[in-house]
Write a protein that binds this ligand. Structure first.
Ligand SMILES: [Zn+2]
Length: 163
């Protein structure tokens, strides 16, 4: 007897999603520090490029972002919620035009989702706090992890290390 109720709830939810106040909590929603905002809020608070990358899973043009070639010591934060994501000590030049890291500052700060779009099988990397799309992770990185986190500059902010 749950069929009609579930279908009704689904149709209701689908209708809500089609509206302009779509809640942007795609991806996992667990954790006490989870930041959930509506699509309208994100659109207001982020720059158009940040919004396109973080909330619409866009990809910036290679060699165009702020951080693909930076070497300063510091920490890279999520541009959506400010969570620390990557340390400059794990940044390396992958030659691909996007900032690349071989490890996140803490495995709990990132989440992974399979991404089969564009005819490829890739692993999407998201911020665990706001669910923002950061980029993808590949298995062709350097030691010690062998991972290459290929991240959009638009999804990041940089905080210089204290001296
Ligand atoms: Zn975030």
């Amino acid at each position: 007897m749950v069929g009609p109720i579930v279908a009704g709830a689904w149709l209701y939810a689908a209708g809500q999603r089609a509206g302009s106040t779509q809640a942007s909590h795609e991806g996992a929603t667990r954790g006490p520090n989870r930041m959930v905002k509506t699509d309208d809020q994100w659109r207001r608070e982020l720059t158009p490029e940040q919004y396109r990358v973080l909330r619409r899973k866009g990809t910036e043009t290679p060699f165009s972002g702020r951080f693909w070639n930076t070497r300063e010591a510091g920490t890279y934060l999520c541009a959506g919620c400010g969570q620390e994501l990557f340390a400059s000590a794990t940044k390396f030049d992958a030659g691909c035009g996007w900032p690349s890291f071989w490890e996140a500052v803490d495995p709990a700060k990132v989440e992974f989702h399979p991404d089969d779009s564009h005819g490829m099988h890739r692993i999407e990397v998201l911020c665990s706090r706001c669910g923002g799309h950061l980029g993808h992770v590949f298995d062709d990185g350097p030691e010690p992890t062998g991972k290459r986190y290929c991240i959009n500059s638009a999804g990041l902010e940089f905080r210089k290390a204290d001296r």
